[in-house]
Design a protein around this ligand. Structure first.
Ligand code: HAM
Length: 426
């Protein structure tokens, strides 16, 4: 027997049984984004490697060790996108979306990182993200956060906590970086290998270490908040006022630095303790220098992305049903005349009721076998056409999911019956 091939480690199939959750989540998020005036942008999965090195940062985990990078047939170095912000900025510059105008955009799709797979951490995962260009004030930071809070509200997600911090301007961060490097140099013996390397390249990332042996050293390090420039401090204060005004609770986490280099000023994460180690379900912040860094004009940016697998896991635990994928009705046809008439009737019904989910039996079978399939499809009703129904120009309607007598409906009255009985029902 031929060997059965398996999917690549950390890259999951999303099976039909889980789709209701995914579609429910996606539909809710999309509706909220649209209601706030965000427009969708669709971006390629592959970009030039240079784009990520120049935006996410050469000395980040993502660029150093997690990217799926290869040479294509022309010898160009390409990378499967590890995140969406860089591609969104690239596309917005390339297509002139940033000339004298602001933009509120969103995107969704798979991202790729060669991380060690574990619960909530995969090598192919999905994000929905939003990016805003051309607005400097904290009002838009607050809007993005409000919008994420509304996702949770509409999805019934509780147990997520908002953490915020300010990384300040790049000048203020440079001063802080030096202070931090001096502090860690004084404790170099206690640093692990990764952190020792970062000491000279990117000392801020040491604060992000997951190494429990280093927590005490990290806890004693100077805080970024003490070095904030005046403009960033006011921006951060104003953001907090705006969040308080709309009743969004938050924690200021002075150690929140994020794993990508492009941020400045506001950064935020929504975290939960319900998912184990991978508890960040949504993360983002401001990146005012990135557009210019990638060759555009000096246009500020801010955004976030959420991890769909992590949200789906939370929704699934909370018993969220998602979009109902089951047919409203299943058409059973017994006999040649019923087969012929049934398919014509089904297409007529579909013309008139485009919202109806009607599954039509294929492959014949006895009445009993077809009824079994109808039941397995989880349809609410079986619509039955046999010899008797054909002669009487009727159709038998049998409830499958609840008690109730089966009834006969005239074929001409079927559309009205389904419209009232199925499509107007809650
Ligand atoms: P990030 O923090 O790298 O930020 O990822 C955002 C979210 O994607 C995480 O909070 C997490 O929920 C999810 N995620 C990340 N890696 C994985 C993984 N390996 N498996 C499953 N889920 C994962 C960004 O990507 C930025 N581009 C966000 C942003 C947009 N900042 C500004 N605009």
């Amino acid at each position: 027997m031929a060997k059965i091939l398996q999917a690549i480690r950390g890259m999951n199939d999303i099976l039909p049984g889980d789709i209701a959750l995914w579609q429910g989540l996606e539909a809710t998020v999309r509706a909220v984004l649209t209601a706030y005036g965000y427009r969708e942008i669709r971006l390629p999965l592959l970009e030039k490697t240079e784009l990520f090195a120049r935006s996410i940062g050469e000395v980040t985990d993502i660029v150093e060790k997690e990217m799926y990078t290869f040479s294509d047939r022309n010898g160009d170095s390409l990378t499967l996108r590890p995140e969406g912000t860089a591609g969104c900025v690239r596309a917005s510059i390339e297509h002139g979306l940033l000339h004298n105008q602001s933009q509120r955009l969103w995107y969704s799709g798979p991202m790729f990182r060669h991380e060690r797979p574990q619960k909530g951490r995969y090598r192919q995962f999905h994000q929905i993200g939003a990016e805003v260009y051309g607005m400097t004030g904290p009002d838009i930071d607050a809007e993005l956060i409000c919008m994420t809070a509304r996702f949770w509200k509409q999805l019934g997600i509780q147990d997520v906590v908002l953490q915020i911090n300010s990384l300040g301007s790049s000048a203020a961060r440079a001063v802080y970086r030096e202070q931090l490097a001096n502090y860690f140099k004084a404790h170099e013996d206690a640093l692990d290998e990764d952190s020792r390397r970062r000491l000279y390249s990117n000392p801020l990332r040491i604060l992000d270490t997951k190494n429990s042996a280093m927590q005490a050293i990290v806890a004693g390090a100077p805080l970024l908040g003490e070095f904030l420039d005046e403009e960033s401090r006011l921006h951060f204060e104003h953001l907090q006022e705006l969040l308080e005004a709309v009743g969004i609770s938050y924690e200021v986490n002075p150690r929140l630095v994020r794993g990508l280099d492009y941020y400045c000023k506001t950064v935020f994460e929504w975290v939960t303790d319900r998912l184990g180690a991978q508890g960040t379900v949504c993360a983002g912040g401001r990146y005012d220098g990135l557009v210019e860094q990638l060759g555009g004009q000096a246009v500020p940016g801010v955004g976030f992305a959420m991890g769909m697998e992590r949200l789906v896991a939370m929704l699934s635990e909370s018993g969220y049903a998602g979009l109902d994928p089951c047919p409203h009705a299943y058409l059973v046809m017994v006999g040649e005349a019923a087969e012929r008439c049934g398919r014509v009737l089904a297409e007529r019904v579909r013309d008139q009721l485009p919202g109806l989910r009607l599954q039509v039996n294929c492959g014949g079978g006895s009445f009993k076998a077809q009824l079994k399939r109808a039941d397995r499809s989880r349809a609410r009703l079986a619509l039955i056409l046999g010899e008797n129904e054909i002669q009487a120009r009727q159709i038998t309607v049998k409830p499958l999911r609840q008690d109730g007598e089966q009834i006969s409906v005239s074929q001409d009255g079927l559309i009205g019956f389904l419209e009232v009985g199925l499509l107007s029902a809650p």
